[in-house]
Ligand binder design. Structure first.
Ligand code: FES
Length: 88
């Protein structure tokens, strides 16, 4: 697929092709969107080398179990939406 002059989003790296399911305490998190972080599913600053990615920051007002997207291709970042099942 090629679009004339279209902005092309860089493809994130698949950190793992399934979610990171974590029992999270209350607090702030920065989800890695580029897939390059060494401390998945959280940002460790690696996106600065990977290119045009920014972490997604969320605040968890209560402790809960979170399914962080590990494939980085979810349509509902930072959460898993099942897209990982469609990746080759
Ligand atoms: S791990 Fe990315 S959509 Fe499920």
């Amino acid at each position: 697929m090629s679009g004339g002059g279209e902005h092309v989003e860089p493809d994130p790296k698949i950190a793992q092709a399934k979610p990171y399911v974590v029992d999270e305490p209350v607090g702030k998190r920065a989800w890695c969107s580029c897939g390059e972080s060494k401390s998945q599913p959280y940002c460790d600053g690696s996106h600065k080398l990977a290119g045009l990615f920014r972490p997604i920051k969320v605040e968890l007002p209560e402790a809960k179990r979170v399914s962080w997207c590990g494939c980085k291709h979810t349509q509902t970042p930072p959460y898993c939406d099942g897209t990982h099942k469609t990746l080759g």
